[in-house]
Design a binder for this molecule. Structure first.
Ligand SMILES: NC(=O)c1ccc[n+]([C@@H]2O[C@H](COP(=O)([O-])OP(=O)(O)OC[C@H]3O[C@@H](n4cnc5c(N)ncnc54)[C@H](OP(=O)(O)O)[C@@H]3O)[C@@H](O)[C@H]2O)c1
Length: 336
């Protein structure tokens, strides 16, 4: 499969490139695309330097699968161009995720949507929001076993979720360097030694964009509607990489802890620890492809409720790895 990465110079794009190095279905080198700002720069792939090109109308003429991580506006511009060339686009932005006709895929949960859609003419598959992916991975098995009625999430999201400028901003603040007048700050307040309970634009209902993504995307991935109550408070924390989420679910029937452990432990891509005092931290999952569930315990106030702690590398399972998994599903099918 001839593959392109649009947004190759970004945090997610670089993580994708690293993962693609191990993919046997790749035919030749991936085409590295970005804006005119980084055209001509070099990135390493399988020990060699490849040149980044500016994306143009002709970029996709020869491409079977394009992994997009250039942001929403870039996807809205180049998505139709690529699919019009017969390319399969796997899009990391939020531009198309909630469109009914677009599959929103976490391969371990609803990967069958990729097979149904593959074959012939190209198309677009959306990669969910980073926090949504890890929460969906943790609650999908509980949905199957106990039936979910409510999901309440508080995320603690690393700065890498905001892209390379966000990481540079935290690093600058930690080093005690003041911003210069020309700096375009990513965060609305200092992020070093602080937490900010606001990610994305403010919405009229009192929530923020990131919280709304978790609510809508989680329902879509689980194939549920508004009968599933979902709430989310999304918090930016001064962690470089790795998102955490404190999750409480309320089920249709009383939760049996042993059955919950079995359901969670039986999923590819998911690791669970049965000791309620055991957990992993973002630093421990940095560079890993799995989603880790710890602190699993019953809610003493409600026998239908369960609490847990979910951590994952937002650049890998939350973005690049999930996208490459989708590409692998496509690569197994005839793509055009
Ligand atoms: N970071 C995460 O954990 C995460 C998780 C899930 C989803 N996502 C989504 O993935 C996307 C990228 O995130 P990121 O963290 O990699 O951001 P990033 O580090 O800021 O990188 C952005 C990339 O997009 C490219 N780009 C920007 N504007 C462009 C344009 N007009 N035309 C072509 N390329 C353009 C940049 O190229 P230049 O070098 O030319 O500027 C760069 O390669 C976003 O949609 C984000 O919401 C991120």
């Amino acid at each position: 499969m001839k593959t392109a990465v649009l947004g190759a110079t970004g945090l997610v794009g670089r993580a994708m490139l690293k993962l693609l190095e191990g993919c046997s279905w790749l035919s030749g080198d991936p085409l590295l695309l970005a804006s005119s700002r980084s055209a001509g720069s070099k990135l390493r792939f399988r020990g060699r330097e490849l040149t980044v090109q500016e994306v143009t109308e002709d970029s996709f003429s020869d491409v079977d699968i394009a992994l997009f991580s250039g942001g929403g506006a870039t996807s809205r511009t180049w998505g139709p161009v690529a699919t019009g060339s017969g390319t399969w686009v796997i899009d990391n932005s939020s531009a198309f995720r909630t469109q009914e006709s677009i599959p929103l895929v976490v391969p371990e949960i609803n990967g069958s949507l990729v097979q149904i859609r593959s074959g012939g003419g190209g198309g677009l598959i959306a990669n969910p929001n980073c926090s949504t992916i890890q929460v969906a991975m943790a609650v999908a098995p509980l949905n199957e076993v106990f039936g979910l009625r409510e999901v309440h999430v508080t995320t603690m999201q690393a700065v890498s979720g905001g892209g390379r400028k966000a990481v540079e901003e935290l690093e600058r603040q930690v080093a005690g360097q003041p911003s210069s007048a020309g700096d375009d700050e990513v965060f609305p307040q200092l992020i070093a030694a602080n937490v900010i309970p606001a990610i994305g634009s403010a919405l009229d209902d009192g929530s923020y964009e990131e919280e709304n993504k978790v609510v809508k995307e989680l329902r879509k991935i689980l194939g549920r509607g508004t009968d599933l109550a979902v709430t989310c408070t999304a918090v930016r924390v001064p962690v470089i990489n790795g998102h955490s989420a404190a999750v409480r679910v309320v089920c249709d029937r009383p939760v049996d802890l042993e059955a919950a452990h079995l359901a969670l432990g039986d999923r590819p891509g998911l690791e669970v620890t049965n000791d309620p005092h055991d957990y992993l931290t973002p630093r421990q999952v940095d560079g890993q492809r799995i989603v880790h569930v710890g602190r699993v315990r019953l809610d003493p106030a409600d026998d239908r409720a369960l609490l847990c702690w979910v951590v994952a590398d937002n650049l890998l399972k939350g973005a690049a790895w999930n996208a490459v998994q989708i590409a692998e599903l496509l690569a197994r099918e005839p793509a055009s």
